[in-house]
Write a protein that binds this ligand. Structure first.
Ligand SMILES: [Zn+2]
Length: 218
């Protein structure tokens, strides 16, 4: 199944130009690892930017601009997935660069209970702008309804979730901001595992959940 929900131009341009902080970069690079279409978009952006920067260098402009443009926090790593017949080994569920951040694939992870059957793993980055976590939402269950102080990226790695009329499956990325009040719900049949990056703590509608936020670290 191919990816249907892609990263926006705004995020991709910031990623390409190396101005995106580590948390956002991890989500973008992990989406790129799963999405050939966005890798092509990135290559096209780099081509256009390279041509522009070459021109400015020729006319005595900034000659380190190109090097700076390519200086990203995190690079995309696309793994070659061998055909099943050639390799009895099951390909990893978590792509790079995310797998290295977590120190292993799904089977190696130590989840922390969030209550109501949900689990999370907080992922350390060096940036203070974002909070990065792997979330496991039980099949058929919602993430509590919330709005955002800032932007949020949610990338599906296993299972799927519905948000309104949209279905997000492996590789799909959802962008949310402060205006969106939503209740993403994991679809039946399989737990939904996703990478979630936020720039501020989530703002939950329910005062009970708000009260629990410091304890749950969400
Ligand atoms: Zn994409």
């Amino acid at each position: 199944m191919s990816v249907k929900h892609h990263i926006s131009d705004a995020f991709l341009i910031d990623y390409a130009s190396g101005t995106l902080s580590e948390g956002w970069s991890l989500a973008v690079a992990t989406h790129l690892a799963l999405c050939p279409k966005c890798r092509k978009r990135l290559a096209a952006m780099e081509g256009a930017a390279g041509a522009l920067l070459d021109k400015s260098a020729e006319s005595g402009g900034e000659d380190v601009a190109w090097a700076r443009f390519k200086a990203r926090t995190i690079d995309v790593k696309v793994e070659e997935i061998k055909p099943v017949a050639a390799s009895p080994k099951v390909p990893p569920v978590l792509p790079e660069p995310l797998r290295s951040y977590l120190g292993g694939d799904l089977g190696d992870l130590k989840w922390r209970a969030l209550g109501r059957g949900a689990y999370q793993i907080l992922i350390d980055t060096k940036d203070t702008e974002t909070q990065v976590r792997l979330l496991r939402i039980p099949a058929g269950k919602p993430v509590p309804e919330h709005t955002h102080e800032g932007r949020e990226l949610t990338l599906v790695l296993a299972g799927s979730f519905r948000d309104g009329d949209d279905l997000f499956a492996r590789g799909d990325i959802e962008e949310a901001d402060g205006d969106l009040l939503h209740t993403p719900t994991a679809t039946e049949g399989e737990d939904c595992i996703c990478l979630a990056v936020t720039e501020a703590p989530l703002k939950f509608s329910s005062w009970i959940v708000r009260l629990m936020q410091p304890i749950l670290k969400i």
